[in-house]
Design a protein around this ligand. Structure first.
Ligand code: PEP
Length: 255
């Protein structure tokens, strides 16, 4: 297995039904799949758009669909939640887990995220596992230790077989939605460390695991970040809501 190059767009809580469909239709019209080449594209819309977008992309194998979260249980009295089994039942491909907004606003921690990850993998979906330090943690020089702890807590109970379906996204919290991107040196240092931790947990399989950078990736900084050998692509928030910006970022990885 070769390590995949991936650009994933996290729409967060943006786009109405019609706006979301229009954005995907524009991408389908304009994205040059020959130029995309080996790069895998993932779109992560809000829950109400998961099914129609999965259907729209049915004949475009280069573009996968991810949910932004799920509940750890398969079904039950959890008003407002959706399960991994439901996401699988509409043929979506992946689930983002542990995004910093879920950690901050919904108080999710790595032991809960690990339970969700179990549910996602049991349903034969991919996981995009997000980790990253706060501004305070970087300022005090604890960023490497913080991210290592997140990884070890969330991933400790998974097998090398599971690891084949886990994508890691390093997203420094201070860079998400702020316009303040990590430098290649900052991101690269962390990605190299993450790869070491993954090697410690999963052995050789870690070489095949994609590690994405997320945090204010834009068309004008993507190529420089993606040139680092341990940065295998990006998790894109704001810029994934504009088709031209998203396409430029995809092409920056495909080069
Ligand atoms: C994100 O939400 O995962 C993200 C990286 O957002 P942005 O690109 O807007 O910083």
């Amino acid at each position: 297995m070769v390590r995949k190059k991936i650009v994933a767009g996290n729409w967060k809580m943006n786009k109405s039904y019609d706006e979301g469909i229009a954005l995907v239709e524009q991408l389908l019209d304009e994205l040059d799949m020959d130029k995309v080449g080996e790069t895998h594209v993932i779109i992560s819309p809000p829950s109400v758009l998961l099914q129609p977008i999965t259907e729209l992309l049915m004949f475009t194998p280069g573009i996968a669909v991810a949910a932004q979260n799920c509940h750890q249980e398969e079904s039950g009295a959890y008003t407002g939640e959706i399960s991994a089994r439901m996401i699988k039942s509409i043929d979506a491909d992946a689930v983002i887990l542990g995004h910093s907004e879920r950690r901050e606003y919904f108080k999710e921690d790595d032991s809960l995220i690990a339970k969700k990850m179990k549910a996602v993998l049991a349903n034969e979906l991919m996981v995009i596992y997000c980790c990253g330090e706060s501004f305070e943690e970087r300022k005090t020089g604890n960023h490497i230790a913080v991210v290592e702890k997140q990884l070890r807590t969330a991933l400790a109970d998974f097998s090398t077989k599971d690891a084949e379906n886990i994508i890691v996204a390093y997203e420094p919290v201070w860079a998400i939605g702020t316009g303040e991107v990590a430098t290649v040196q900052q991101a690269g240092e962390m990605h190299t460390h993450i790869r070491k931790v993954l090697a410690d947990i999963f052995g050789d399989t870690s070489q095949n695991m994609s590690i994405l950078y997320g945090g204010s990736v834009k068309p004008d900084n993507a190529a420089e970040l993606f040139a680092h050998p341990d940065i295998d692509g990006g998790l894109i928030g704001g810029a994934s809501l504009k088709s031209n910006d998203f396409m430029s970022i995809i092409y920056a990885l495909s080069k």
